[in-house]
Design a protein around this ligand. Structure first.
Ligand code: G6P
Length: 476
């Protein structure tokens, strides 16, 4: 670090590690899973960077420390703050609201107050780490007020914000009682990135309807206070990706290839292995997928004795009611289908409520003939990209929901509307018997895209645009 602070500060709800306190009181950490970490870790390791975030545990007070060449700055959250800011406002208000109200969002003033207070704490922690004129890159819906709070504290900074999840249409967004404060919070940034062009336009439309500001294309002009010059904010799409080459290389290793064969053998060498990999989240369309699969078995279009679906559903947000209900539903559905179509030594569905390391994921992707990504709404969906990156054999079929950001980019996937169960069944049935030549043609096209547009390109392009924006240092 420079003597007066870090030149690149990432601010995200989570630190890229889980911290816990051992029996003797020492703080221990281990890497935590998640798309965001995968996406940003390589960038952070290359720059003189600090990462401000929450440890994942309640009331954990810890000094900044270094891990894998990244300076980590823990923000403390109390149990009540976790309940109101994280489980409440972030994951029971904003998450369902921004994902097309698939589940009903709850609006509670107490949750909003805590969201504001916690955002202020993140802003202060970031302000304390950033060098004069540094770049601060704020991540995701949990921290939408940080850009403005940070600008008020440190007008010298260049501030970027990236929204990893969808930005909803105005007609949905305007349900939020604090919609104006959220827009103003985001407009504290110089550059606001979204996954898709449609998300950026939704945001710009919300700015036009909910504020008096003028917009022109991607540019929003924010007036300065007390006769100070105004400034321009840009809102634009920057579709996120994965570390494709690293994942490709991992899936090529003999150990992973052997593990993929072992998985298929353990499953009884089925003719068709299908795979779903998701956080156990109602946005992912897991129930729609399992329903479609179950009906294909029932109709005899898939042979129950020769097909299997492996569904990895990693535990997520288990204190939020909608997630508890989803788990009940999914597990009930899996139980019914397995009861109906299972045999001794063969299950129709292998349901795994765990998360796995990348090595095991790569082996699962390699083993799977058909990958099912059927989200009802999804900012990007990095699982789809990981599947493609793993398939250097140019085999396998990606069935992909139209409602993912990935669908805008991944030409070559079999697109589905997961609400249309008959259409989804047809797509799955088609994928199951797809000719290897067509698989190869599609997979090559997908791979060219995923291997070219990787996460390094994503972050370089966002940071490139942000750095090229006029410096604020002399304006204030
Ligand atoms: C999504 C969000 C991330 C979040 C991740 C895991 O990908 O965009 O911000 O970190 O889900 O969810 P969690 O609530 O466990 O952090």
């Amino acid at each position: 670090m420079g003597k007066d602070g870090y030149s690149l500060v990432v601010v995200a709800n989570r630190l890229p590690v889980d911290m816990s306190v051992g029996e003797d009181g020492t703080v221990e950490w281990r890497r935590s899973p998640g798309g965001l970490v995968t996406a940003l870790e390589p960038v952070m390791q290359e720059s003189d960077g600090a990462w401000v975030g929450w440890s994942g545990a309640p009331d954990l007070v810890a000094e900044p420390f270094d891990a894998d060449d990244i300076r980590l700055v823990p923000v403390t959250l109390s149990e009540t703050e976790i309940a109101r800011y994280y489980e409440g406002f972030s994951n029971d208000t904003l998450w369902p609201l921004y994902h097309d109200v698939i589940a009903p969002p709850a609006f509670h003033r107490q949750w909003w107050d805590t969201y504001r207070r916690v955002n202020q704490r993140f802003a202060e922690a970031a302000a304390a780490q950033a060098a004069e004129g540094a770049i601060v890159w704020v991540q995701d819906y949990q921290l939408q007020l940080v850009p403005k709070m940070l600008r008020d504290l440190r007008p010298d900074l260049r501030i970027g914000f990236f929204n990893h999840i969808p930005f909803p249409p105005l007609e949905i967004f305007q349900q939020l009682p604090w919609r104006k404060q959220v827009i103003e919070g985001l407009l504290g940034a110089d550059l606001i990135g979204f996954q898709r062009g449609g998300d950026a336009s939704n945001f710009i439309r919300a700015v036009r309807r909910l504020t008096d500001l003028t917009t022109r294309g991607q540019i929003i002009t924010v007036e300065g206070d007390d006769g100070k010059p105004g400034r321009h904010v840009r809102a634009a799409p920057f579709p996120i990706s994965i570390d494709s080459k690293k994942f490709d290389a991992l899936a090529r290793t003999p150990e992973i290839q052997a593990r993929a064969r072992e998985i298929r053998a353990d499953l009884g060498d089925p003719d068709i292995m299908m795979l779903g990999v998701d956080r156990l989240d109602y946005t992912k369309g897991i129930r729609h997928r399992i329903k479609a699969y179950g009906e294909l078995l029932q109709d005899g279009r898939l042979d129950a004795a020769r097909s299997t679906l492996v569904q990895v559903a990693s535990p997520s947000r288990e204190n939020v009611g909608a997630y508890q209900e989803l788990r009940e539903h999914v597990e009930g559905l899996v139980g019914r289908i397995n009861g109906e179509y299972g045999e001794i030594g063969h299950s129709a569905i292998h349901y795994l409520h765990h998360s796995y390391p990348p090595e095991e994921m790569a082996a699962l992707y390699l083993a799977a003939d058909v990958m099912l990504v059927t989200s009802l709404r999804d900012g990007m969906n990095l699982v789809a990209k990981e599947y493609v990156a793993a398939r250097s054999d140019d085999a396998g079929v990606l069935v992909l929901s139209e409602f993912t950001g990935a669908a805008d980019e991944l030409v070559g996937a079999v697109l589905v509307n997961p609400h249309d169960i008959d259409g989804t069944k047809d797509a799955i049935a088609r994928a199951a018997v797809m000719d290897p030549r067509e698989q190869r043609k599609r997979m090559r096209r997908l791979r060219r895209r995923v291997l070219t547009d990787d996460v390094a390109k994503w972050s370089a392009s966002f940071l490139g645009v942000l750095s090229a924006m006029p410096s604020r240092t002399h304006h204030v």
